[in-house]
Design a protein around this ligand. Structure first.
Ligand code: NIG
Ligand code: FE
Length: 413
């Protein structure tokens, strides 16, 4: 049975006693077989039956559950670097969108690409994410906004999940914005989502979740209620983009709809925080989007104090978060959201798994969980997130298979 030893510090992220409890084991060992963790604990307590074969040497480094990026818009056409410069010069995100840029410009570029091209682009992004220690990625459609292109994006995600390089959980975000051709008939577009796109997605088993961007510039609470009710009826659990650009009861809506997660939350209200806690909705914070939009961060401390599980993800997309560097987002969450490195790690592993409906399967290292882990060149979690490097991940393992890292000469599996 494959075994990793000489682990300086291993974070199991199993212990459910709170955001900062990451179940640390010093001088640990990890045993897996057929892609599943068989044993994890202190090396001194390793049962003799697991000690027979030679172990791989972790070199005294840190081992964490494979990171989970619980919110991305992974597949899209084109980029929007020009808008980035415009925003730096003072044009707002909403001004750019109102002039036909923003999401609408990515929709045009995405519709122009065929499935193979979208797949190749997304696969390249995903490979670089795996190299950073990310092993599961939630990926949203939402740059198609017509039946054909939404299905194309979701097929890309299914193919990536099947063939690698990482696990992919798909979300249908056909309700991202009302596309330009429906501008005069928003009810007609919501009808299309509810009557055609969601049923077609569900029938083909192409998504696990339905998402709605709830915002003045996107969809109203009532439209979100209708779309999520339909999604739920089709077996798609709701997730929501809420309280990002303006506060308007978005978190309360997520709680009312029993959403799995409420994402963004820069403008969440006190009542919204209480509602999320009461309903057990995961708060997915997105420090890169907050940074690129130069916003005040979401109140992560108040969320944690209220008992809300706070996840940390990238929001990778060509507009508000053109980066999939999850460890950088994690360091930002420490600095700007005042979360400790341990709290942030739990937010990018176990609570991220909760946000994508996979808690206990991925995002924690415990007997029976997937053997998804990353070997980090740092003595502990604190040091890793404090000393920001281009990449401190030495190896990434998914289902017991090495997807990133050297096999020889580096003492890693
Ligand atoms: O999560 N908030 C809505 N959607 C994206 C932005 C998408 C874009 O600008 O292309 C987000 O920030
Ligand atoms: Fe997003």
């Amino acid at each position: 049975m494959p075994r990793l030893e000489n682990i300086g510090c291993l974070a199991t992220c199993t212990n459910p006693s709170g955001q900062d409890d990451i179940g640390l084991i010093r001088d640990a060992a990890l045993v897996w077989k057929d892609g599943i963790v068989r044993w994890v604990g202190s090396a001194a307590a390793l049962p003799p039956e697991y000690a027979e074969e030679p172990a791989w040497d972790a070199g005294g480094r840190l081992v964490i559950p494979g990171l989970i990026d619980a919110h991305t818009h992974l597949a899209f056409g084109g980029w929007r670097a020009g808008e980035f410069s415009d925003r730096v010069r003072g044009r707002s995100y909403l001004e750019i969108a109102a002039a036909g840029g923003g999401i609408a410009s990515t929709v045009r570029a995405t519709r122009a690409l065929d499935e193979e091209t979208l797949l190749a682009r997304a696969r390249r992004f995903l490979s670089e994410m795996v190299a950073l220690g990310v092993t599961t990625v939630e990926a949203k459609s939402g740059y198609g906004l017509d039946l054909e292109t939404e299905l194309r994006l979701l097929r890309v995600y299914r193919r990536l999940d099947e063939a690698g390089p990482a696990r992919v959980v798909a979300t249908c975000l056909a309700a991202h914005v009302v596309p330009p051709e429906w501008a005069g008939d928003r009810v007609g577009y919501v009808d299309l989502v509810v009557d055609e796109i969601l049923p077609a997605v569900a029938e083909r088993g192409l998504a696990d979740f339905v998402d709605v961007f709830v915002e003045n510039s996107a969809f109203s609470a009532d439209e979100a209620r209708r779309i999520c009710a339909r999604g739920r009826g089709l077996g798609l659990r709701p997730k929501l983009h809420v309280d990002q650009l303006s506060g308007g009861g978005g978190a309360e809506l997520a709680a009312e709809l029993g959403a799995v997660s409420a994402d963004h939350l820069e403008s969440v209200s006190e009542a919204g925080i209480a509602a999320l806690a009461e309903a057990g909705v995961v708060a997915v914070t997105l420090p890169l989007a907050t940074l690129y939009l130069d916003q005040a961060p979401p109140p992560a401390r108040a969320l944690i104090d209220a008992g809300v599980a706070v996840a940390v993800a990238t929001d990778f997309n060509p507009g508000t978060a053109p980066s999939y560097h999850l460890p950088f987002a994690m360091t930002l969450a420490c600095v700007r959201q005042r979360m400790t490195p341990a709290e942030v790690l739990k937010g990018a592993t176990r609570y991220a798994a909760r946000a994508v409906g996979l808690e206990g399967t991925v995002g924690s290292l415990e007997r029976g969980a997937a053997a998804d882990f990353a070997l980090i060149d740092a003595p502990d979690v604190e040091h890793w997130l404090y000393h920001l490097r281009p990449n401190a991940c030495v190896a990434a393992v998914i289902g017991g298979e090495i997807r990133h890292g050297k096999q020889e000469g580096d003492g890693v599996p």
